[in-house]
Design a protein around this ligand. Sequence first.
Ligand SMILES: *Cc1c(COP(=O)(O)O)cnc(C)c1O
Length: 858
Amino acid sequence: MRAIRRFTVRTVLPAELADLDDLAHNLRWSWHAPTRDLFASVDEALWAEVAGDPVALLGALGPERLAALAQDEAFVGRVHAAAADLRRYLTAPRWYQEQDKADLPASIAYFSPEYGITSVLPQYSGGLGILAGDHLKSASDLGVPIVGVGLLYGSGYFKQSLTRDGWQLETYPVLDPDGLPLTLVREEDGSPARVSIDLPGGRTLNANIWSAAVGRIPLLLLDSNIPDNDELARKVTDRLYGGGGEYRLQQELLLGVGGVRALRIWSRLTGAPAPEVFHMNEGHAGFLGVERIRELVTERGLDFDAAREAVRASTVFTTHTPVPAGIDRFEARLVAQYFGGDNAVDGIPVERVLELGAEDYEGGDPLLFNMAVMGLRLGGRANGVSLLHGDVSRDMFNGLWQGFDSAEVPIGSITNGVHSPTWVDRKLADLAASRLTPEEIATGSGWLRPDGVSDAELWEVRHELRAQLVADARARVGSSWHQRGASPAELGWLDDVLSPDVLTIGFARRVPTYKRLTLMLRDTDRLRALLTDPERPVQLIVAGKSHPADDQGKRLIQQLVRFADEPDVRHRIVFLPNYDIGMAQTLLPGCDVWLNNPLRPLEASGTSGMKSALNGGLNLSVLDGWWDEWFDGENGWAIPTADGVDDAERRDDLEAAALYDLIEHQVAARFYDRDERGLPVHWLEMVRHTLATLGPKVQATRMVADYVRHLYVPAAVAGRDLDEDDFAGARELARWKERVRAGWSHVRVDHVESGGVSDVPQVGDELHVKAYISLGDLTPQDVEVQVLHGRVTENDELTTFSVAALDVAETFELGRYSFAGVVRLEASGPFGYTVRIVPRHRGLTSVADVGLVANAAG
Ligand SMILES: *Cc1c(COP(=O)(O)O)cnc(C)c1O
C-alpha cells in the first residue's frame, strides 16, 4: 500500500467574502440560525450535501462560484451584516459584565475529556461531553470568561452501524483537523505552538494546540498526532475512550498536565489573563492539579503542601456519576512510573502524588489510584449534578471524611441544564418569538397566556415536529437497512414506518447497563399490544451507542433491534443507528413523550429529558437525577420504582409493569382524548405547564450562573487570599494544618455538663452547655468547640442537626480549657445534643476540610 499523506487545501476567499471564514470558524453558527441561513443560501443543495458544515461548504465552492458571489452585492451585504452581528455578540457587555466586579475571576479554565458542540466536531460520546459543550455555549451567552481545555481525538468516538443480525459495528473515520472549524495555535514565528510532557524511559509526548471559537469562549484541544512524536505517542489522542490502562493514563496526563501548559502558552501568545479558577469536569482532568503544584514548587519556590493549598483553594471539581465503572482508576504502580524514577520532579515526591488518589479508606483498593478521589482532594469545592446526586455522592465518598456524617461531606450540587438555542427546534422558537415577548419567553409565563399561542397553533407545531421526526427516522431506517444488506424489493414496508399522527415515545442515550435500554422488552406481549392498539397506538423510537468494549451493551441493542425487526411491529418501533447531536436535534423535539428508566439512583442528572421539555415534550421517567427534583405531578409522569427490592429480575418486572400501566392508562389515554376540534386539551395543558415551569429551570445559563455564584467566585476569592504577598496565606495555611494534624491526637472532649432547662423541658428553654476539653499544644484559636443539637431518632441518632459554637470560659493548666454557651430549644419532641471539636481557620473551605474531628465519647 502507498503511504498517502493527506491534508486539506483551504479555499482562498475573495476579499469581499473574507468575513465568511470568520463566520464559519466561530461555532456560534451552531446555535444561531440566521448564520446557518446565510450559508445555506450560498447553495441549498450543497449545504444539504455537506450536512450543514460551513467549513466544508466553503471548501467545496470553486473559484468561479466564489467570484460570482463576490459580485453579488446583496449577498456581500448580508455577509457583512452577519459578521457585524457576530462582532457585537463577541464584544458587547453581557450578564457577567453587569455583576459586581471585585470578586469576579478574570478567567476560568474548564477542563473536560470531551466536548459535544455540533455534529461537525464529533469529540463526544454522550451526556458528559454535551453538557461541557452546553456549559461553554451558555458561558459565552452570559459573557463568563471561560477557556475550555480538552483533547482533539483523531477519530472522535466512533460511528455506529448494525449488522443484518442487529449487532453493533464501529467505524472510526479519520478526521482532518484542517477540515474542521479549528485554528492551529502558532508561535510568533509561525511555527506550531507545542506542548511537551516527559514520559518514562526518556520518551516525550508532544502535542499541537488547536483552538475552536465557541462564541466568546476559546476551546483549546491538544493533538498528539504529529510527526515529532514516536508512533505510540502519536496514537495517544487517536480515539475518545479508546482503551484503558496506560493509554488512558497518557491521555489524562496530556489533558491535565498538557492542558495547563497549553493555557500558559495561550496567555503568552494572546495576552489572555491567567485563569484564577480551574474547573475539573469529572476526574479525568485531575492531573491539572499536580501540574499546578509543580509550577508553584519549581517556579515560585513553594513547598508541596503550600502549593497544594493554593491549588485546592482555586479548584472546583464536579463529579458526574455514582457508577463505579464511570470513575477512572489506574494501578498506582503505573502512576508511580509517570511521577517517579527518572520522571520525578524535585520537590514533588512521588508518594505525595500517589496519596492524592489513594483509596486509603474502608472498602478502598490500596493498589489503585482513583481520579475522582484525587479530584475531591484537589478540589476545594466539589459538587454533584442534581440534588439527589449530591446526596448520593456525599454517601458514596463519606469514607474520605471519616468522623463526619454524610450530610457534612463537602460535596454540594448544581443541577445540570441545557443550552436552549441549541436544543429548541426552530419551528417552536419562531412561533414563540412571533407571539410572546422575550421577557415572557425567559420567564416561561408567556405559555400560560391564553391569547399568546392558541391550543390549535401549539398542537399544529407539535405535529410538525413529530412529522419532521418521522420523515427523518424513515430515511435513517431505510439507509440502515440498505447498509445491513437488504435489497429494495424487501423494503416496500418502509414507506409505512411510523406515522405523524401516532403518540411518539422516544428513548435515546448511551447503553450502559444501568440505563436499562431493554426494560421496555420485559413483557413483549404487553409491549406489542401497546404498539398495535387499533384505537390508541403508540410508536417508539430508540437510539444509542454501546461502548465498543461493552458486549453486554451490544447484546441489549441486538435484542432491541431483533424485536424492532419483527414484521408485526416494525412499523411502530425503530432503532436508529448512530445517535449523535444531529439526530438528537430532530428526535428530541419530535417525541411527545421522553422515556427514561434508569436503575435509581444511578442516573446522576440526565439531560435529554430537559431538551424534550424545552420543546413541549412530556417526561415519563423514573424519579432519578433531575426528574426527582422537578417532577411536579403536572409536567409528565413518574414511573414508580421498586427501591429496596434486591432481586434485580423482580425489580425490573415490577418497574416494567408499572411503565406499561402508565403508558396505557395515563399517557395514551390522555394523548388520544380529543375535543370536538380534535385537540387533546388536557395534554396541551401539560405541554404549556411544562414549557412555562420547566423551561426556565432547565437552562444551562441558569446552571452556569449558579457555578459562577456558588463555586467560581468563592474559589477565586479563596485563591487570591492564599496567593497574595508571594503566597503568604498558602504557606501559613499549610504550616497551620501541619501543626494541627501533629497535635490532634491530644485533642479531646473530656467532660460535658449541662443545665438550665426545667424539669419538664419546654420550647423556649435555654440549655446551658459547658464542655471541658484538652487541646495539648493547640490553642483555643485553632479550634471550634461545637454543640450539635436537634431532634434525635429512636436509636438516639442526630441525623439532622444545627450547630452552635461555644466560647472559651476558663483556662486550666496543661492545655485544658472549658468552653460554654447556650442552646435554645426551638422545637418540641425528642431532643438530643453532643459536643465535638473541629479545626478552625479562615482558609478552610468546610468544617470537614482538614478531615479532623474529636467527638465527645459515649
Ligand atoms: C443530551 C444527549 C445525551 C445525554 O442524554 P442523557 O439523558 O443525559 O443520557 C447523549 N447523547 C446525545 C446525542 C444527546 O443529545
